[in-house]
Design a protein around this ligand. Structure first.
Ligand SMILES: [Zn+2]
Length: 311
């Protein structure tokens, strides 16, 4: 085993960690439950324990560490700006500093520790190794329980002055005026375009309350439930509209869509693409909109890339 870095993906329920080589290949992967409710020390201890397990018997020390984590991240400082209530005590955490102290001698002298938002790490993975590989710029959007986005322009991850560049979730989106977004405002993309948003919209439309989630809505729609079909199509169209808005502003070479909701398949993709093409100006009509290809490996591969100082 040559030089290795540690790649970490800290999610709300599980934390994955891997050793990666210079090519970005994941050599070993370990997963543990994230003790999100127990506070920052427990989360950091989980990452350190995974690193110890990964390095056992290798005789290696880490050339760098890349971390993708839930929450808004000040990547320059390696700290958490804000996070959802799932993570007790996470806002304000100096992730880079605590991980550096926890890893101690497992780090080589001068090892870089890069912390970024998990969707930004996901975007970096798809950009370096996945559906956007070879493109100069990409907008990567994750549509799942929530909506997230990461933006890479001319080979550089764009973080923004307030650490929220690429956060397409909070673009005001026609068709969502009756729905409240997790940020507290109404009418944003996430309020209708996420899996939870699709379900809220379905209930507002008078859908069967026995149907519990987006997957259930998709099944009902394919079985002929007209309310389910309408909720699914309007949710997907909202994503397409917001993508047209984002593409107009930054003109990415490719748009990559990941997350659980796009897995619904053609019943979601068709209205999403139709809405994009209805809104986007002529110059943007041929922008490729592609499914992500790396799945759960994407944030780890992106975190590894950042540890090697790639975007
Ligand atoms: Zn919002």
């Amino acid at each position: 085993m040559g030089e290795v870095v540690l790649a970490v993906d800290i999610g709300g329920t599980k934390t994955a960690a891997a050793l990666a080589d210079r090519t970005g290949a994941l050599l070993r992967v370990e997963v543990a439950a994230t003790p999100a409710a127990e506070g920052r020390a427990a989360v950091v201890a989980t990452v350190v324990a995974l690193a110890v397990r990964l390095l056992a018997d290798t005789g290696q020390r880490l050339a760098g560490v890349g971390i993708g984590t839930a929450g808004v991240v000040d990547s320059g400082a390696g700290t958490i700006v804000s996070a959802t209530d799932t993570f007790a005590d996470w806002p304000g955490t100096d992730v880079a500093g605590l991980i550096r102290a926890g890893l101690g001698d497992l780090l080589r002298p001068g090892a870089l520790i890069v912390v970024q938002n998990d969707v930004d790490a996901h975007a970096a993975g798809e950009y370096r190794h996945g559906a956007a590989a070879g493109a100069a710029s990409a907008l990567v959007v994750a549509v799942g329980t929530g909506v997230g986005g990461g933006l890479i322009l001319d080979g550089r991850a764009v973080r923004g002055a307030h650490h929220v560049a690429g956060e397409i979730a909070h673009i005001p989106t026609p068709g969502a005026d009756h729905l409240r977004c997790p940020c507290g405002r109404v009418g944003h993309l996430e309020a209708i375009g996420s899996g939870i948003g699709m379900h809220r919209h379905f209930i507002v439309l008078g859908g069967d309350p026995a149907i519990a989630d987006a997957r259930g809505i998709a099944a009902a729609a394919s079985a002929g439930d007209r309310t389910a079909r309408r909720a699914l199509e309007e949710s997907a169209a909202a994503v397409g509209r917001a993508l047209a808005a984002a593409a107009t502003l930054v003109d990415p070479e490719r748009i990559v869509i990941t997350g659980g909701v796009p897995n619904i398949g053609d019943a979601w993709w068709r209205p999403m693409l139709d809405a994009f093409h209805a809104e986007a100006i002529d110059a943007l009509q041929n922008t490729p909109i592609l499914p992500g290809v790396l799945g759960d490996d994407a944030p780890l591969r992106g975190a590894a890339a950042s540890a090697w100082r790639n975007p």
